[in-house]
Write a new protein. Structure first.
Length: 432
């Protein structure tokens, strides 16, 4: 079995290197400005997070938005996700992106997304005459995606419809994207994709125009239990030179991230931040361009258990000496693969561990704590943190923290008091 696994890993690494080599081998094409390449609007970005990372996300692919660059990333989703982004670009051009990802237990992950741009009014003229008329431009993509995998490899495909309307002349066509994602280690993930593998060809008046094919290969490195990530991509788009992109993401605290990036294709620097609030994530990006700065906002909603594990306490305050003399912590998990081990650790206000419960495999639906330390003695009154940590089959840790207050003895005199809980946190104190 081990020999089969080693052969599979070797095959996947070779496959990734072949795709990366193909990307580099085509770098001799003539370079032109991105604005002159058919379908340039496709390559702006899919979320404020990806823009802040310089769009170096093909090897990251850990949310529904980055799967725009690599549909294989859809297989990494643990719960259903919805994301949306809006931006105002040059010449009053509006850019909108949305995506919905829906993982299933046995049938892989499905998605749908859309990208739309609408321009302001442009003046219509010939080479020597102003016609005194204006026209607008509209472009859009609607995609259906699918991803699945086995072991540490996943694959994905986007089937898409592309449409354009320029000054009343309109056309549409179908296309396809293909992607691969491989995670040989919990610290490293690799990705490769071909955007417009089947090139959409749109005819507006007489001449057919094909959207440029774009090939990407990249990696993401994770440090400090995923609190810091470094990403890098190589991109080869038809009619353009091979370009380099990179990004850095740091989570100094659980709910806040800071990001920076560089897009070598456009020679743009970017920066941004992300903020998590329960199942919501809000992202901001500042992108410096030749035509001025752009401020981009996006929002993501994750359903269920969005970050691997979640724990809720049955009450915020309890009394070991009252009628309800314990608290129950309900545990939910959502990871790709299997849970190898779990641990619930309770610490006091000074961060000292007072009680630990652990086991192998998937954790139970919940654990109870009666306010005792490891030696069975009742702890002092105060606030206590309960942190659940699980380790998946990749060796990656996921954790979640909850807080509970122990109020069992009055004024630390060890005189018991009764704590009656009615509703949420209504307290009645009295000598027992």
């Amino acid at each position: 079995m081990k020999a089969v696994t080693m052969k599979t890993n070797s095959l996947m690494i070779r496959l990734f290197l072949i795709m990366a080599t193909l990307t580099l081998a085509t770098s001799a094409a003539l370079a032109v400005d991105d604005a002159g390449v058919p379908g340039g609007f496709l390559r702006f970005g899919a979320s404020a997070r990806s823009l802040a990372l310089g769009n170096a996300v093909v090897g990251l692919s850990d949310d529904v938005a980055t799967s725009y660059w690599n549909p294989a990333g859809l297989a990494q989703l643990r719960t259903m996700e919805i994301t949306g982004m809006g931006a105002t670009m040059f010449n009053d051009t509006k850019y909108t992106f949305f995506a919905l990802g829906m993982p299933t237990e046995n049938w892989g992950t499905f998605s749908l997304n859309g990208t739309f741009t609408t321009s302001g009014e442009f003046e219509r003229s010939t080479w020597d005459e102003d016609l005194g008329e204006t026209f607008s431009e509209k472009e859009g993509i609607f995609s259906l995606g699918y991803a699945n995998g086995f072991g540490r490899l996943s694959y994905g495909v986007n089937l898409k419809s592309v449409s354009q309307d320029i000054g009343g002349a309109s056309g549409s066509s179908m296309g396809m994207d293909l992607g691969l994602y491989y995670r040989p280690h919990r610290l490293l993930s690799l990705g490769a994709s071909v955007q417009n593998l089947v090139e959409p060809a749109i005819t507006l008046v007489e001449e057919e125009e094909k959207l440029a094919r774009s090939m990407r290969a990249g990696f993401a490195l994770r440090f400090f239990r995923g609190r810091m990530m470094v990403t890098s991509d190589l991109v080869k788009t038809e009619f353009m030179d091979t370009s380099f992109r990179s990004g850095l993401e740091i989570w100094p605290v659980r709910f806040l991230s800071l990001r920076g990036g560089y897009d070598g294709e456009r020679e743009h620097m970017s920066a941004g931040a992300g903020f998590r609030l329960e199942n919501w994530q809000f992202d901001y990006a500042y992108v410096s361009t030749d035509l001025g700065a752009q401020n981009v906002l996006s929002a993501t909603l994750r359903f269920g258990v969005p970050f691997g594990v979640k724990m809720n306490s049955s009450r915020a305050i309890f009394s070991p000496s009252g009628e309800d003399h314990d608290v129950r912590f309900a545990i939910e998990t959502a990871v790709r693969g299997q849970v190898e081990s779990w641990r619930v650790e309770i610490t006091d206000e000074d961060g000292r561990s007072v009680k630990t419960m652990s086991g192998n495999g998937t954790p139970p639906d919940g654990v109870s704590w009666g306010g005792q330390d490891e030696n069975g003695r009742l702890v002092d009154d105060g606030q206590y943190d309960a942190r659940v940590t699980i380790v998946d089959s990749m060796g990656q840790e996921w954790d979640f923290q909850s807080m509970v207050e122990v109020m069992g003895f009055k004024d630390r005199t060890r005189t018991p008091i009764r704590v009656e809980i009615s509703g949420s946190e209504n307290l009645t104190g009295g000598t027992k």
